[in-house]
Design a protein. Structure first.
Length: 216
């Protein structure tokens, strides 16, 4: 798969959400990353369905919803039906991983599983055959603007080897602290999709920054 950048709406200007979404439509970013936080699984609350719907309505891109919520089975179907092309839930938050994946697939979306920095990728082995994407968190989930944790690259390399053996269609996404400064290394380790929040939205020229990350 060719390189993809998924700008995170969490760092957009919520007072100008449509403007920022239209800017992404014009940009080289093929995906838009939507971070949903419940204030329990992570120590922050972001937004829910009304904001997701506003983004999907204005966006022409692939909508990549990252659920940082407890008991994701309660909501995965609803997020899929609200216009997410990918719905990703956390391994650490789900009691029944198979049920979450099946519910997302039955609702017509692709299923992703995310792991926090302290979770090793080997725990996902038994589900990789039916998983469309693994999201490796390279910061503690909860906030944008944190520093990239270098150990994540080691996890990506191990995950890549497992995926090549079990299900080469499964893609790898990384999230947290990504910028044009580390994107080359991250793509080189086997990542397909990089999430970038502050690097894109705090840049003077977000569209140019997206190209810089893609071409890093
Ligand atoms: C953090 C979120 C990220 C966040 C990334 O919990 O999952 O998607 O928006 O922001 P940056 O790119 O600023 O680290
Ligand atoms: Zn995210």
């Amino acid at each position: 798969m060719k390189r993809v950048v998924a700008p995170s709406i969490l760092s957009a200007d919520f007072g100008n959400l449509e403007r920022d979404t239209l800017m992404l439509n014009r940009s080289a970013a093929e995906w838009v990353h939507v971070d949903v936080m419940d204030g329990v699984f992570v120590p922050n609350i972001s937004f829910g369905f009304p904001v997701l719907k506003a983004v999907t309505k204005a966006s022409t891109k692939i909508i990549d919803t990252h659920l940082m919520i407890c008991d994701p089975i309660r909501y995965v179907e609803k997020f899929a039906k609200a216009g997410s092309h990918y719905v990703t839930f956390h391994y650490e938050a789900a009691e029944d991983i198979d049920a979450c994946i099946d519910a997302i697939h039955n609702a017509g979306a692709k299923a992703g599983i995310s792991i926090k920095p302290a979770t090793e990728p080997e725990v996902l082995e038994q589900w990789l055959h039916k998983t469309d994407m693994v999201l490796v968190m390279s910061v503690e989930p909860g906030f944008g603007g944190q520093s990239f944790m270098p150990y994540s690259l080691d996890k990506v390399r191990r995950l890549k080897a497992m995926i090549e053996r079990i299900n080469p269609h499964c893609i790898i996404e990384i999230d947290g602290g990504i910028s044009a400064d580390n994107a080359a290394e991250v793509f080189g380790a086997g990542v397909d999709v990089v999430v970038a929040g502050s690097a894109v939205f705090c840049a003077e020229n977000p569209e140019a920054e997206i190209v810089k990350i893609l071409e890093a």
